[in-house]
Structure formats: structure tokens, C-alpha cells
Design a protein around this ligand. Structure first.
Ligand code: ATP
Length: 581
């Protein structure tokens, strides 16, 4: 328990001083809680002395007693307030910072990180898991640290009157701590499992919702539900197991405290009968026995909750300490924008995709990448944008190895239009503004007009302020793509990567969009993964990718003269486009 408490204190970072101040307030709060009890014993003694005629009770004494009581109660509330003010909001403050820190890390890790960890696991970490620490982290500090500070302070007060009774209280705490340790040992095994089942539950729910169109289209609700039900059942089973483990140890922990409290009452009565304790002190001991363990009775929950917090902190550390792809890189400004691949070899995990690939795309020229599906065209683009690092060889932009540049300083120079467009659950305006956060409304509208989306945006219920559904679900494929082109136009970067950008644009708009793209790409270095013949034919050079290599390279005029992949690709394209028209 001590190790995890220390971990939570470390987690609170620069707010640790507030935590420690809270411990001091907690100690003072307990002293002020004990004072009225001791005051009551003293007052009772005065009353007894008055009633048996030993010493008459004076008005001054009554006033002092009343003043003392008011002072003690006021002090108690004041220190309770100070403790809460110092400690209680720390969890929320630290969690908010940690969410931002994780967001910053996720932006800088290689995309391979997301293949290893599923989105559900990451989402659970920054939402439910961090919320758990946010809610329970400081509560546990209060329950455990402040709880034990409180009980130890009371034992010290007891020891002033009678060492034996204080010893019984201390023995009760030791025995209860033993049972809590046993409960904690059980929880050490169960907490990580509970954590995993929660992650699986979130991931399965995500998957189910995301896959809903497929589930409906194939009428396979049963199959999809099975995965989600399995995750829910596992979560239920581990929770039931934890509860079953919890109950016996919890009972033993409470029994130890109750037995100690009973022992304190019995011993103080025995001492009073034998004249070792005065009657008022005996009564004071009895009152103490009721309140002394109050704070640590709820420590039972802490034994398990702390183990969960430990597991969650491990998980968060795993994400936060993920290796950032550009952690040894520098912010650099480029002065040229030619792209050069030199003997590039790249594999996703063990699966080799590119082998010894070399080519040059001179500044301000267009390179069309063509090749069979799965040949590595998108991978080439991802390496230019440094979504992944090459295994061997180098990718340079403007003569600078992208490995030496931070992602921010590299991506500042690149605008991308992806094959799979992702729009945020935000307004149309903000989705376009993503290309240039400081853009004015006028600039955004101009970009939207160039990308041929202005008219359909104006037809939306709230025009540019219309909120787009999750992932762009309330727009058609073509509309989404045009918005993503508007984003790229707005960014106005010197390098443009288009991944089949016009694939889902309807023929009516295609011509206009091609014009917009021409404006976007004018005077820039362009890499386009194109399936359209016109795009390919007009490119300054064509890179034909096959089997992880550059199988052919040249202009359209040069490549049509050669027998090879390009010629075959061309005849297939002509057939396909002829067929589609
Ligand atoms: N993140 C990834 N992890 C593992 N393998 C991947 C990943 N992304 C792509 N691949 C694999 O790498 C190969 C090349 O993929 P890539 O997307 O570059 O092909 P492509 O030529 O762009 O295909 P298409 O024309 O179908 O879009 C494919 O076999 C694909 O399955």
C-alpha cells in the first residue's frame, strides 16, 4: 500500500506540496476532533467534583469550557476545509494535464504504435482509466494517509491518559492492517485482469458501433454480438471474483477494529473499577473507542482500489513513455522541396514492403505513383510524411533527412489528401480550418469555393457552422473528400500528397475539382497516387511500384514504349474507364 501511495504522491507532480500541507491539516483536524472529547471529560470531572462538594463549579469555568468547545469545533471545521481545499482538486488538475501530455505523445509516435495498441485501449486510458484516478486518487490519499494520521494522533492522545488502552488500539490497527495486506495481495493479481477486461469491453463496444453498417448489411448481428457479450461476461466474472475475495477479508478487518474498540471499553471499565482511571477519563475512553477507527474503517476499499490505480498508472506510463518518432530530431526550416528516396527498405513489423527503393522527385514537379493494390504506394507517401521511419536507406526533403526533423517542422511543409477522409465531429468551418488554424473566415470560404464545396455547405442547415457527424458520417464520400481538399488548399504547403484524391468525386464535379487541384498544386512538389489516366499522363514522371520495388520510372510517353507493368496497367485503366463511362 505504501508503495502505491508513494506513486500517487509522485503522480501529483508539482502539487506535492499541497498534498503534504493537506497531511498537516489532517493532523491538526484530528487534534481538534479529539479536543472536545477531552474537554468533555474535563467538564464532567468538574461537574462530579461540584456535585460531591469537593470543588464548586464557577461561572468562569463554564464560560471557559464553552469557549474551548466552540474553539475546538471551529478549528475542526477550519482544518477540514483547508485540507479539502489543498488536496481534493489535485486529481482533476493532474489528470487534465496528463490527458494533454498523452495527446501530445500520440501525435509524435510512429503510426505503428496504433497497430500494436488498439484505439479502444488508448481511449479507455485517457477517459475511464484517468477518470478513475481523478476520482479515487486523492480519495485514497485521504482515506489511507489522512485516515492513519487521524488514528495515530488519537492513539497519542489516549497514551497521555493510559498506555495500555492506547496499546489495544494500536494492536487493533496492526491486525486489521494484516488482513488488508492479504486482501491487497489478492487484488494484485485481480486488478490487472480487471483492467484488461475493461479495455476489451471498451474495444469491443467501439468495434461493434463502428462495424454497425457491416453488421446490418450482412445481417450478422449474432456474430458481432458474441464478441461484445464475451467481453461483457469476462468483465462481470472478474468483478464477481473480486467481490468474493473482498468480503471475508473485509469482515476480518472490521472485526479486528471492533474487537479493539470493545477491548478499549472493557479495559477502561476494569481500570475504573480498580481506581486506576477516574470515571470521566473512563467515559472519555469509551467515546474515543467509538470514533477512533472511524476514518480507517473504509480503508478496506483502498486495498483494492489502490491496486487498480497501480495498474492504471502502469498503463498510462506505457502510453506516455512510448517512443516518440522524432524525440532525437530538431525543428528545421526547409529551403528546397525536392524529395529523394535512397535505397529505402521498409517493413511493417516483419513484413517487408519496400526493398531498396530509390527515386528523385525534383522540386515543383509532379510524380504519379502507380502500381497494383498493396504494392506500397501509400507506404511511400507515409515515409515522406514520416508517419514511419525507414529501416534502411534515407528519405530526404530539400536535402534534409526527414529522420533529423521533428514531425511538426516536416509536416508544416506537406498537405495531404488521404484516400480515407477523416472529418472531426465539429463544424464544417473548423474541419476546413484544420489546414490553417489561424485562417480567417474569408480564407476558409475561398478555399471551400476552390474545392467546390461552398455550394453544398451553404445548403446545409447551419452552413459553415453545421456540425459534421462522427468521422464525417453525415456527409457523402464525395462531399467529405472535397472538404479535405479545401483543407489542403487552405494549408498551402509546398509539398502536396494526394492519395487517389478524386476517387469518390462524382463526374459532374470532377472537372472543377481537377481545376481546383491544379490551382492547389501549382508551383509545388506533388506526389499523387492516381488511378485516373489524365492525372497519370500529365505527370512529369511516373513511378511504377511492383513487388516492393520501382519497376519502371519515366514519363508517360517513355513508359508506353516499354513492355511492362505500366503498359498492362494502362490497358486495364483504359478498359475500366471506358467501361465506367
Ligand atoms: N499499418 C500497417 N501494418 C501492417 N501492414 C500494412 C500496414 N499498412 C499497409 N500494410 C500492408 O502493406 C502493403 C502495402 O500497403 P499500401 O497501403 O502501401 O499499398 P497501396 O499500394 O497503397 O495499396 P492500395 O492501392 O490498395 O491502396 C499491403 O500489403 C498492406 O497490407
Amino acid at each position: 500500500m505504501y508503495k502505491i501511495i508513494k506513486r500517487i504522491i509522485t503522480w501529483s507532480g508539482r502539487r506535492q506540496r499541497r498534498l503534504y500541507a493537506g497531511f498537516v491539516y489532517s493532523f491538526l483536524h484530528t487534534l481538534f476532533t479529539a479536543m472536545p472529547i477531552m474537554g468533555a471529560a474535563y467538564g464532567l470531572n468538574l461537574i462530579i467534583e461540584d456535585s460531591n462538594g469537593t470543588a464548586p463549579l464557577t461561572t468562569d469555568q463554564i464560560l471557559y469550557m464553552a469557549g474551548f468547545m466552540i474553539f475546538a469545533v471551529a478549528g475542526r471545521f477550519w482544518f477540514a476545509y483547508l485540507r479539502a481545499a489543498a488536496q481534493e482538486s489535485i486529481g482533476y488538475e493532474v489528470a487534465a494535464e496528463q490527458r494533454l501530455a498523452i495527446g501530445a505523445v500520440l501525435k509524435r509516435v510512429s503510426l505503428g504504435f496504433f497497430s500494436k495498441k488498439n484505439a479502444g485501449e488508448i481511449a479507455a486510458a485517457v477517459t475511464t482509466d484517468l477518470s478513475f484516478i481523478e476520482l479515487f486518487g486523492m480519495k485514497m490519499i485521504d482515506t489511507v494517509v489522512n485516515g492513519y494520521i487521524s488514528v495515530l494522533t488519537m492513539i497519542l492522545c489516549l497514551a497521555v491518559y493510559n498506555g495500555w488502552i492506547a496499546l489495544i488500539a494500536a494492536a487493533g490497527i496492526l491486525v486489521s492492517a494484516l488482513f488488508l495486506t492479504l486482501l491487497g495481495n489478492k487484488s494484485s493479481k485481480n486488478a490487472p485482469v480487471q483492467q484488461q477486461t475493461r479495455d476489451s469491453m471498451v474495444a469491443a463496444t467501439f468495434e461493434y458501433i463502428r462495424g454497425m453498417p457491416v453488421v446490418k448489411a450482412f445481417k450478422q448481428d449474432g456474430v458481432a454480438r458474441e464478441a461484445i457479450l464475451k467481453a461483457y461476461r469476462s468483465n462481470r466474472d472478474i468483478n464477481v471474483k473480486i467481490e468474493k475475495n473482498y468480503v471475508p477479508y473485509n469482515c476480518l478487518h472490521l472485526l479486528a477494529l471492533k474487537a479493539a474498540a470493545t477491548g478499549m471499553v472493557l479495559l477502561s471499565a476494569l481500570f475504573a473499577l480498580n481506581g486506576i482511571l477516574d470515571l470521566p477519563v473512563m467515559l472519555m475512553m469509551a467515546i474515543f473507542s467509538f470514533v477512533i477507527f472511524g476514518h480507517i474503517e473504509t480503508v478496506n476499499n483502498a486495498a483494492h482500489v489502490l491496486k487498480i490505480i497501480d495498474a492504471v498508472l502502469d498503463k498510462l506510463a506505457g502510453i506516455e513513455n512510448a517512443e516518440c518518432i522524432d524525440q532525437n530530431s530538431k525543428d528545421m526550416a526547409l529551403s528546397a522541396y525536392d524529395i529523394r528516396f535512397q535505397n529505402v527498405t521498409f517493413a511493417y513489423e516483419q513484413r517487408q514492403i519496400l526493398k531498396n527503393v530509390s527515386f528523385v522527385i525534383p522540386e515543383n514537379t509532379t510524380a504519379a505513383i502507380v502500381g497494383p493494390s498493396g504494392s506500397g504506394k501509400t507506404t511511400i507517401c507515409s515515409l515522406i510524411a514520416r508517419f514511419y521511419d525507414v529501416d534502411r536507406g534515407s528519405v530526404t526533403v530539400g536535402g534534409v533527412d526527414v529522420k533529423t526533423m521533428t514531425c511538426d517542422s516536416l509536416l508544416k511543409n506537406i498537405a495531404m489528401v488521404f484516400q480515407k477522409v477523416y472529418l472531426f465531429h465539429d463544424t464544417v468551418l473548423n474541419n476546413i480550418r484544420f489546414g490553417k488554424p489561424a485562417a480567417t473566415l474569408e480564407e476558409i470560404v475561398t478555399a471551400a469555393k476552390k474545392a467546390c464545396c461552398h455550394d453544398f455547405i451553404m445548403a446545409l442547415p447551419n452552413q459553415y457552422e453545421t456540425v459534421i457527424g462522427d468521422g464525417g458520417s453525415t456527409l457523402s464520400g464525395g462531399e467529405k473528400q472535397r472538404i479535405s481538399i479545401a483543407r489542403a488548399i487552405l494549408k498551402n504547403a509546398p509539398i502536396v500528397i494526394l492519395d487517389e484524391a478524386t476517387a469518390s468525386v462524382d463526374p459532374e464535379n470532377e472537372h472543377t475539382i481537377q481545376q481546383a487541384i491544379s490551382a492547389l498544386v501549382h508551383g509545388k512538389t506533388i506526389i499523387v497516387i492516381a488511378h485516373r489516366l489524365t492525372t497519370v499522363q500529365n505527370a512529369d514522371q511516373i513511378l511504377v511500384v511492383a513487388d516492393g520495388r520501382i519497376a519502371q520510372q519515366g514519363t508517360h510517353a517513355q513508359l508506353v514504349q516499354q513492355d511492362g507493368v505500366y503498359k498492362r496497367f494502362l490497358s486495364l485503366r483504359q478498359a475500366a474507364e471506358g467501361w465506367s463511362i
